[in-house]
Structures are given as C-alpha cells and as structure tokens.
Design a protein around this ligand. Sequence first.
Ligand code: WTA
Length: 652
Amino acid sequence: MSGNIESVLNETRKFPPPEAFSKKASISSWAQYQALHAESIKNPEKFWGEVAEDLHWFKKWDRVRNWDNAPFAKWFEGGKTNISYNCLDRHLDSWRKNKAAIIWEGEPEGDRKVLTYLELHRQVCKFANVLKAQGIGSGDSVALYMPMIPELAIAMLACARIGAVHSIIFGGFSAPALVDRIHDASTKLVITADGGFRRGSVLKLKETVDEALKSCPTVKSAVVVKRSGNAVTMAEGRDFWWDDLMAKADAVCPAAELDSEHPLYILYTSGSTGKPKGILHTTGGYMVGTYLTTKHIFDIKEEDTYWCTADIGWVTGHSYVVYGPLANGATTVMYEGAPNAPANDRFWEIIERYKVNIFYTAPTAIRSFMKWGDEHPRKHDLSSLRLLGSVGEPINPEAWMWYHEVIGGKRCPIVDTWWQTETGAIMISPLPGVTPTKPGSATFPFLGVDVAIVNEKGEELGVNQGGFLVIKQPWPSMLRTLYGADDRYKDVYWSRFARQGWYLAGDGAVRDADGYIWILGRIDDVLNVSGHRLSTMEVESALVAHEAVVEAAVVGFKHDVKGEGVAAFVTLGRGHEKSPKVSDALKAHVRNMIGPLAMPDQIHFTDSLPKTRSGKIMRRFLRDVANGVETKGDMSTLEDLNVLAKLRADEE
Ligand code: WTA
C-alpha cells in the first residue's frame, strides 16, 4: 500500500442504546467510558492491576507490565495463576456450582447435554489426569482436532490445568495442514473424534488424523472421542478411546500453579507468506483480557444465556465460547453443526429453546440468513435476545440493518467487535450500554487499547483519511511471539513502525467526523473468506504443487455471502489442456491440501500472468478481472499489455 486508502463513507444512521439497557449495563455512560479509557491509557499498570484483582492468583504479581524487552511483553510478571482454575474452581464455592456452564446442542435432533460448573470441573480434572497418564506434562504441546462437542472444551481446560499447551486445529483442515501444524509445535498427543456431524454428513476426523500421523513421529498417542459411531481403525498401543481412559481416571487434580507468562496455547493463522503463523498466547494476560472484554462488551449478567456461534477451531471460539464466558461464570451455549441443518431456522430454534439473551455471530452467516429469507427467524420467538454481536470482517450496513431489525427486533444493541487472533481479545467495539452505534463501524477502542490511524510515516491522519491501524501500547492479551519464530514476529508486526514501537494490525482503517473508527479490510495479501483468514500464498503454493500447474496467482473477489471469494489464475504446463475437468481437479486438490474453505470459486486459465518488468505479479489487475470490473489506474509498469487484454477476452 503506498498512499492513503480511499474511503467511501456515507453512513449517517445512528442508534443510541436503549435507555433501559444502559441503566443496567456494566458501563453505563459515555463519561464513565471516557474516564476509564483515559485512565487505562495513562496508567495501564494501575488499571490492569485492579482488573486482575477480580481473578484468583496463587501468588500475586510483582509487576503488572514489563515492556523493557519490547516487543516481547510480560504481564503480571511473578504472578502465579491458572486459567482453568479461574474458569472452574473459582465458581465452585458459590451457588454457581450448580449453574449451567455449557449448554451443548449436537447437530442431530435431540442431541443435548448440560454441564454444570461442578460437572465440567469433574470432567476436566479427570481428563487432566488422563493427559498426565499419557505422559503429558507442563509445556508439552497437545493438538486438538475435534468437532464442536463438550469434550473439546474439556480437553482445552484440562491442558490449561496442567500447563500443557493446546493447539486447536479447525476440523475443516485437511491432513497436510494438520501435519504442518503438528510438526511446527512438536506435538506429542492428538485428541480427536471418530467423526463430527456437519450438515447431515459425518466429517471423518479420525481418518484424517491417521493420514497425518503417518508423517508425524513426535506424536506418541491419540485419544479418540466416540461421537459419530462410524468405523475407525485404532492403532494398537497408539490410539485410545476417550471413554476407556476417563473410566479409569481419578476425579481429583489440583490446578498447577503456573507463571503468569506460562504458554497457554498456540493457534495457527494465515499471514501474507505461505507458512501459517503459530500465534502464542500465555496465561495471565490473556485471562484478564478475555475476562474483562466479555464482562463489558457482552455485558454478561449472572442470569444470561450467552451464545457465540464460532467454531472453537478459531480464536473467537477460544476467547468467547470458552475462556471469556467461563472466567465470568456465565452460561455458554455450544452448537456442533451447521446453521441450515436440518433446516434454515436451526439457529433461531436454538435461541428460542434456550432463551438465549446474547448472540454473537459473523457477517458471512448474517448474509446467508438474509438470503434464506425472513420467514425462518420469524417462525421463532426471539424475544429473549437483548444484545447482538458481530465479528470476523467489516459488516456491511445492509446486513447490520437486517440483523438489527429481523433478529434484534430493533431493541438490541449490536456490538461490532474488531480484533484478531493476535490480539487475543476484542480491541475496538461499542460498549452496548454506552455507544450510539453506526451500521458498519466498530466505533471506539476498548479500555486499555491505544489505537491510531497513521500514514506510512507514522503521522496521525485526519477525518476521513484512511491509513494503517496501529496499536500504540502493549495490552495484556496480546500475542507474545510467533511460536519458534521470534524474528518473524518482530518483522511482521513491529518492523514497519519500529521507531515508534507500534503494533501493525495489518488492517486499514479510517475515522469519521464523529471519531468513529471504520475498518477497511486487510492491507496485505490475506483474504477474508467467510470471516476466516486465508493467505493468497498458501493457496498458490497448493496450486503449483499440482503436476498440471506451472504458475498460479490468487486474489480475492467480492462475494455476496462469503465476503471474499477465492479466484485463481493458473498457467498450465506443457501437455496439460485447459478444461472443466482440470479446473475441477485443481479445486479438489486445494481442498485436499488445505481444506474446503480454501477451495477456489473461480479458476481462470491463462498463458501468462500480468507482471511488472521486475517480475512481480500485478494482483490488482487480476482482482479487477475476478471482480468483473474495468481496470483503472496506471498500467505503465505492466510488462506485456497483451496479457491483460487476453485475460479479459477469455472471460467473454
Ligand atoms: C478482520 C478474528 C472488520 C480484520 C477475531 C482482522 C474485522 C481479521 C472485524 C482478524 C470487524 C475481524 N470488522 N474487520 N469487526 N473482526 N476483522 O485473526 O481484517 O481470524 O485483521 O480474528 O479479521 O481475523 P482473525
């Protein structure tokens, strides 16, 4: 990105929070927010120290924030705590002991389970003992490749309990993607299931694990939950059934007293180069960050039923299905399957059944709901809802308005929450009892979050001038590094504004005349497909790994439902003819290499790609072709103008 990003904002609608909502909200006035925010920026140690007092520490910290070795942060240094203890044990001395912690709904009709805090605690302790019996200790890496079932949350909390580091791999990833992640983290144990239900069919997870483990010598054993009942092969001495191990496990397992900076998890996400980045989060700061954001942004009340629809394979599921809500002693709903199984009203049925009060989902889902029609939500009583949330990509104003009117019945505030795997917790969002919202704007920074929008030189930009979104001070739930790649961590996030010491988020943003922040999307080669990050490089590497392909370039195009679709421009090798068959084969190949999410929606065959004289692929031209729009702007650096003309002609 060279100059400023052009922004085209004309959204003028404004929705103040309903008075009744504000009155009861945990932060209830603009003045209160401003005072807290100013204090949190001016005196972060005091602010975060006070927040952390709400939680349990075996030993109090010596120092709240240590930024001496920037960009390597330490929070609550010297403190000893355990996030599993704070999500479970902390609640057992109160009436919450018998409160529903997790309300689980499987995809097949009638498959339901409620785990109280006491029962969840018991299961977690037992599984923690199972882990120990498998030789897993503090600091060991455990991979979780599981459907959205309670055992997934149990396994996470059990890892955290003994200081093992979980690495959750989304169930939609294929075997090669699994292998990469297992290698990178030197994983010792894999937890999986025979299968999981998705839109009526069974996702054969164990089969994929078997395939992956052929090339994963560090993995000594696998624990398999029986979920879907399909036949699986169990390798003697390596694979164990979850139930068999749990039956023998002791229900007592005290939480390990871990350093605040003890690693909690690694979560892989796409960067602008092919290799996924292992985002490392640690214990104390992440716990405090997810705790506070859940408390204020979702305004969680003791009696609320809260539902975040994200898969736990993504960061949203980590922070806002499991850790944030449980740290607050809340009731969190977990749903296994697809929103359209068995019918298009499944989500609304779940909201009605459990009288969900707070509902958090993604714009891509909202756009699907809009497409399916209002009759589906209209069939159900959604009057329990009092707050809605959105995450994953900028929400377009039409989708916002639909969400507000059809789902929220015009009475629920919407929190449009901007954050990243790297930030661990929500960074920019309305406070539901305070902030008048504007459709499509994430509005203002959360407490302790010091943001700016700057140009290449680091100068703050004015009203309606788009630029880089940066974060000027460290925050507790920030990533600590990229696992095993400190230099890459510095390079990706901290090198562009090294002199100022600012974090580069990788998103463009702009502030309007009222100071509202609007996120403009990624500034690097990262796509946002259905709210999930995908690097163009990853898809390109998969394509060129196919025998028919010599060169490939991947760009995003505007997609009605997914936000961005994947368009691939492919040059075939000698002896390979372009045909729908090859096109299908390439799609299937990407699906097998990475997963269904990455499968190209468009494949364009081309004899050559538009390049600069120095050989750099000119993606903006390809983007125009993929989007079906005319190419404007400077073409002088293009090496061969015919390439573009030919690409266009091929489209006709
Ligand atoms: C995008 C998901 C606009 C953004 C929590 C960010 C958003 C990337 C929003 C992180 C939002 C997320 N408005 N854009 N409310 N939320 N994004 O790591 O580009 O999967 O950098 O974390 O999603 O995606 P990630």
